[in-house]
Design a protein around this ligand. Structure first.
Ligand SMILES: C[S@@+](CC[C@H](N)C(=O)[O-])C[C@H]1O[C@@H](n2cnc3c(N)ncnc32)[C@H](O)[C@@H]1O
Length: 415
């Protein structure tokens, strides 16, 4: 039996009723012995003496992955996971929102070309859509069928022309082809620190490749892509952040909503949508920095929706035409902005700046340098600071030069 056969057989066992009890015990023993996998394995062997060592290892790995999924995404339930699949999976809140857009847009069926662990497919089914999903990896396909029993799962390569033509023929004009190309090759190089497969930045090397997606002969294509992707000009796109982390961009081949580009912010469960209006008046540039600096949510910056912030907060102006920062007289209450009290601008040589910081008793800071090409670690080292949340050093541009601003998070000022 090859390795691949062995992994598939384990996946089939995991998704069978035979694994239900061992899985339950593995979750319990892992919780009772946090950080001690040997003790957890020994306890599991006592509780389930009949399972084989690879089965015991598999349920303990599931227990570990479920804890990770819960911690990272609030993902719970009877899901079977793989580490690589989890890293590529869509967050449930983001998947649910996207599925809602499709259902409200009149779709009744979705053809998912890249099923993965099925997080999007679960959301599509929950939104009332009929799901056909293709997954080429045999182990993932077994787990997908377990995770999304309502879907028709096809283990195949979605780029296979005959298969694709047959499945497309089942779709009506309002139905949707969804694709979330694999942007990490599990067999490729891994990051030394995190162990994660490295992301592929060239869309032509995604699986399936972007040119293939563009050529799918259907009127409604939705693709989840990397946040740094540049969408085709005539496609609609939204960039989504969850609690200020930019998580993805979704592109739609038709007018699925009333803006060509928009930012979608999910902040502690609260939804904010900001359209980038091409004709919108740009925000005014501040004559001088006001008492507060505001950092826009990364989805707003990426979607080019900065001008739309004026609809949420009338007090704000741009720090500079070349800066992504805003400034105002009071801390902002919109979730689209994070406010920092501007303590002072650091001036002079690095030595003089060090002295300014020492005079104020600043020992730790976080560097925010999106507007300037510098390494935050190098900035901290030069200024003799450790990394820490108490202060913020904003490196940005004003009047054609780089400025370094010392600021404090709004929460520190309200203590
Ligand atoms: C990014 S993941 C999908 C994640 C999924 N949307 C979720 O939320 O769980 C991409 C998946 O597509 C599969 N895949 C890549 N190329 C494929 C192809 N040509 N045909 C079918 N599946 C493919 C990969 O094996 C991987 O499981």
């Amino acid at each position: 039996m090859t390795d691949a056969d062995g992994r598939r057989r384990i996946a089939q066992w995991l998704s069978s009723p035979l694994a239900r009890e061992p899985l339950h015990h593995a979750v319990q023993t892992a919780a009772e012995h946090p950080g001690d996998p040997l003790a957890a394995a020994a306890a599991l062997r006592r509780q389930c003496p009949d399972i084989e060592p690879p089965q015991a290892a598999a349920v303990l790995e599931q227990a570990h992955l479920r804890r990770l999924a819960d911690e990272r995404y609030g993902l719970t339930g009877d899901l079977l996971l793989t580490r690589d699949g989890l890293e590529q999976a869509t967050r449930p809140a983001v998947a649910a929102r996207r599925a809602g857009i499709l259902a409200r847009g009149g779709a009744r069926r979705v053809l998912d070309l890249t099923g993965g662990l099925g997080l999007d497919d679960i959301a599509f089914s929950d939104a009332g859509l009929t799901v056909t999903t293709i997954e080429r990896d045999p182990v993932t396909a077994v787990l997908l069928a377990h995770n999304c029993p309502a879907a028709r799962v096809i283990e195949a390569d979605a780029t296979e022309p005959k298969l694709l033509a047959t499945l497309l023929a089942d779709l009506g004009p309002d139905d949707v082809v969804f694709v979330d190309p694999a942007r990490r090759d599990p067999a490729g190089p891994r990051d030394a620190l995190s162990g994660r497969a490295r992301p592929e930045r060239d869309p032509g090397k995604w699986s399936p490749p972007w040119p293939f997606v563009l050529d799918v002969p259907h009127g409604r294509i939705v693709a989840k892509v990397a946040p740094g992707f540049s969408p085709p000009a005539d496609w609609h796109a939204e960039w989504t952040s969850v609690d200020r982390t930019l998580v993805e961009c979704t592109v739609y081949s038709w007018a699925a909503f009333d803006a060509q580009r928009r930012a979608v912010l999910l902040t502690r469960g609260l939804l904010t949508v900001l359209n980038a209006e091409p004709g919108a008046l740009p925000l005014a540039i501040a004559a001088r920095p006001a008492a507060w600096l505001h950092e826009p949510d990364p989805a707003v910056v990426r979607a080019g929706a900065i001008s739309a912030l004026a609809t949420l907060d009338s007090d704000i102006t741009l720090f500079d035409a070349d800066s992504s920062w805003l400034t105002g007289n009071v801390p902002s209450s919109t979730p689209a902005l994070r406010s920092f009290y501007l303590v002072e601008e650091l001036v002079g040589s690095t030595r003089q700046q060090r002295r300014q910081l020492a005079d104020r008793g600043v020992r730790r800071a976080t560097v925010k340098s999106r507007d300037v090409d510098v390494q935050p670690r190098g900035v901290l080292r030069d200024l003799g600071l450790a990394e820490g949340p108490e202060h913020v050093l904003v490196l940005t541009r004003r009047a054609g030069r780089v400025v370094t601003l010392l600021a404090e998070p709004a929460a520190a000022r309200s203590d």
